[in-house]
Write a protein that binds this ligand. Structure first.
Ligand SMILES: [Zn+2]
Ligand SMILES: [Zn+2]
Ligand SMILES: [Zn+2]
Length: 253
């Protein structure tokens, strides 16, 4: 399995428009973060989790020419806004794109992209096949996917575990029952927004503590704000087996 971070930034991305801070003006490419998304290549399949506003740029940058499944964690704009750009894959693959989302996300997509779901569609709109998932394991074209339900303030959000890889974005609470699904992952990706407390995201300290508790061999932190600080500086302070993720980073699992 190969995992590529397509984006590791929080909802505004890094740099933030108009921000003069040292992170937003850094020339280090590690401080350039598109909105959070990940590509998973497994069993010959090309899967992506979330299609935020940078989806088009991320697919081009990663050189993708097919998309076998698009999984959604939740319906916030920084995770769904790029759905329209699956059209590129409709053309390149000459078929619909398979979408995996829970009922709540599907409702959001229907509200945000009503033209995609019309009975009589305007020519050239995105073509998709919707697969409604719940918080139970499902088979995605031969790949076993285990959803993990986490809380993002009061919103339930899905994380996903595929083999030894677990991906959890946008969360500030995980129940004991759901933690069991994540325990012992070879690689855990976990949301860590910044140092100060936040109503709907783990801080870096909380994420480090949770990573220890979940006994992940290696943990990468994502969905990072400019308030985290410079990548190189903060990464140097990380305990063994933990690191800040950065855009275009690749992992073999
Ligand atoms: Zn988000
Ligand atoms: Zn800034
Ligand atoms: Zn969110």
């Amino acid at each position: 399995m190969r995992v590529t971070f397509l984006g590791t930034g929080t909802s505004q991305g890094v740099p933030v428009i108009g921000c003069p801070c040292n992170v937003c003006t850094s020339e280090d490419l590690h401080d350039k973060r598109l909105r959070s998304s990940v590509r998973i290549e497994v069993n010959g399949l090309d899967l992506v989790i979330d299609s935020g506003p940078d989806f088009r740029q991320q697919c081009l940058r990663a050189g993708m020419n097919k998309l076998d499944g698009l999984l959604f964690t939740h319906g916030h704009k920084d995770h769904v806004a790029g759905l329209d750009d699956i059209r590129g894959f409709n053309y390149s693959m000459k078929k619909h794109v398979d979408i995996y989302a829970d009922m709540r996300v599907q409702d959001t997509l229907q509200r945000e992209f009503p033209y995609v779901f019309e009975k009589v569609k305007y020519p050239g709109v995105p073509e998709l096949d919707m697969h409604i998932i719940e918080n139970k394991p499902f088979n995605l074209k031969g790949v076993e996917v285990m959803p993990i339900e986490v809380q993002h303030h009061r919103l339930p959000v899905l994380g996903f575990r595929i083999g030894g890889f677990s991906y959890i974005t946008d969360a500030n609470f995980i129940s004991e029952k759901e933690k069991e699904k994540v325990r012992g992952s070879d690689v855990l990706v976990l949301n860590a927004l910044r140092h100060e407390a936040h109503v709907s995201h783990f801080t870096l300290a909380e994420a480090i503590q949770l990573s220890d508790e979940l006994e992940a061999k290696q943990t990468y932190f994502t969905h990072i704000s400019h308030q985290m600080g410079l990548h190189q500086e903060i990464n140097q302070t990380m305990p063994a087996g933990k690191a800040l993720a950065y855009d275009q980073q690749q992992l073999r699992i």
